[in-house]
Ligand binder design. Structure first.
Ligand code: C2O
Ligand code: CU
Length: 468
């Protein structure tokens, strides 16, 4: 991939040190085969809104290089089929872990405290190593005290490159999320119980790469690839592009068999989309990516055409190569009913990895007790190598982005989806929707299955499948 203009556009298009830092991070991560990169969660402070300093932001540093104040977590660039290693060195004042969302990694590398690894205490480290089998857009975040740690900034994007990828004229990686801060820049309480029992508590400042509606530059008439990750703890986006035609190339890390035109796309917490858009021919023309969901639509980012037109054509964009996802054998697949529901409110147990103190939600009538050393039994015991179909029913009037760790599934049916996505790790289950998810249990271990609206996850809507 040689996005000949993206380096310049990154450096120029966003005054933030963040973008430049992300670029350097990519280079650093690529040398990870020889030696592990060091990933250092730490505090930083910066201006998420003009004139108000936010302290106690959390970000990741890469290697020993000091983090520029207010720089977002770096984009990690890995390569499909090439080993990657990272040493987590905890510079926070509380335990943490790293989960590689959507990457099919061995269970011991999955980052779930008490289940797949010990907590990593302040000053301690943990070594992760794996080889990503799939190319695409993924992300990384802690799996400990997540409402706080992710809420304060610990959500970063992972790009797994495929050397066989088509070449675009530019590429921009976009990390979409909110921060819940007040006018003085300080963090507000992470949630309101009343909202946690409904759709979730929203942030107050909406950002892309920690900036409000940043403008990027891209070549006029060029093909621009966007890798977009929705990493907010609550917000579901409905994205649309104004001023340029675009195709959807991939969803949640997996390519569409053939790119389809983008109209409006729902993207829930945890989900990703890859788009290719064709920039306007006229220098200076501005395209916007907008969120049109909810009562207050807003611009997520802008793209300004620069230079003389490259005169590219969207019709020349090929489909991306599929990832090696095993196909479930539906004739032999065992069916597992899973009901997602609200539960009678009761108190929750304390946990080293944080508890909201409430239980509002359950899967198959069991509420997750928290990250404790004696968790509930698995939802099901699966046999390695066999095929399964999860029959999901949403018995609530809210949407839930349900995420399965470690195993990529195919959506066989979804009663409220107009079109079915390619294989995925996260399905945005609509209110009262029923869906069937098929997969091969081809990776051993305990795999979490939870809602990615973190308040829901942390107040009961979490469980796991065991493959043995
Ligand atoms: Cu993105 Cu269990 O997480
Ligand atoms: Cu939910």
């Amino acid at each position: 991939m040689t996005p000949f203009l993206s380096r310049r556009s990154l450096l120029k298009g966003s005054a933030a040190a963040g973008a430049a830092f992300a670029l350097g991070a990519g280079i650093a991560a690529r040398t990870g085969e020889a030696a592990p990169v060091t990933l250092q969660p730490q505090f930083t402070e910066g201006n998420l809104q003009p004139g108000a300093l936010t302290r106690k932001l959390m970000t990741y540093g890469l290697g020993d290089a000091p983090v520029a104040p207010g720089a977002p977590p770096p984009v990690l660039r890995l390569r499909k089929g090439e080993p990657f290693a990272a040493r987590l060195l905890n510079q926070l004042d509380e335990p943490t872990t790293v989960h590689w969302h959507g990457l099919r990694v061995p269970n011991a590398m999955d980052g779930v405290p008490e289940m797949t690894q010990p907590y990593v205490y302040p000053g301690d480290s943990f070594d992760y190593a794996f080889t990503p089998p799939d190319a695409g857009t993924f992300w990384y975040h802690p799996h400990c005290n997540t409402l706080t740690q992710m809420g304060h900034g610990l959500t970063g994007v992972i790009v797994v490159e495929d050397p066989a990828d088509p070449v675009f004229d530019a590429e921009i990686v976009m990390n979409l999320r909110d921060f819940r801060i007040g006018a003085d820049g300080g963090f507000l309480p992470a949630f309101k119980p009343r909202d946690a029992a409904r759709g979730g508590t929203y942030g107050t400042v909406r950002t892309t790469n920690w900036q409000t509606a940043p403008d990027h530059r891209a070549p006029s008439g060029g093909l621009l690839r966007l890798r977009i990750a929705a990493t907010d703890v609550t917000r579901i986006y409905t994205l649309t592009l104004n001023g340029a035609p675009a195709l959807i190339l991939a969803l949640d890390g997996n390519p569409l068999p053939a790119p389809v035109p983008l109209d409006r796309l729902d993207l829930g917490p945890g989900q990703r989309v890859e788009l290719v858009l064709r920039m306007p021919q006229t220098e200076g023309a501005r395209v916007t990516l907008d969120n049109v969901r909810g009562s207050a639509p807003f611009t997520v980012a802008g793209f300004i055409a620069e230079g003389s037109s490259l005169k590219r054509d969207l019709r020349d964009v090929p489909a991306l190569a599929p990832n090696p996802i095993a196909k479930a054998d539906l004739s032999s697949a065992e069916r597992i009913p899973l009901d997602v529901s609200a539960t009678a409110e009761h108190g929750a147990r304390e946990s080293i990895c944080g508890s909201l103190g409430y239980t509002f939600w359950a899967i198959n009538k069991v509420a997750w007790p928290g990250d404790v050393s004696d968790p509930v039994a698995p939802l099901a015991d699966l046999k390695f190598g066999r095929s399964y179909v999860l029959q999901l029913t949403n018995r609530t009037p809210h949407a839930h982005p349900m995420h399965l760790h470690g195993l990529t599934f195919e959506v066989l049916s979804a009663s409220k989806h107009a079109t079915l996505p390619p294989p995925t790790d996260t399905i945005l289950l609509q209110p009262d929707e029923q869906a069937e998810l098929a997969f091969v249990a081809d990776s051993l271990g305990d795999w979490m299955f939870h809602c990615h609206i973190i308040e829901h996850q942390k107040s009961g809507m979490s469980a796991y499948l065991r493959v043995s």
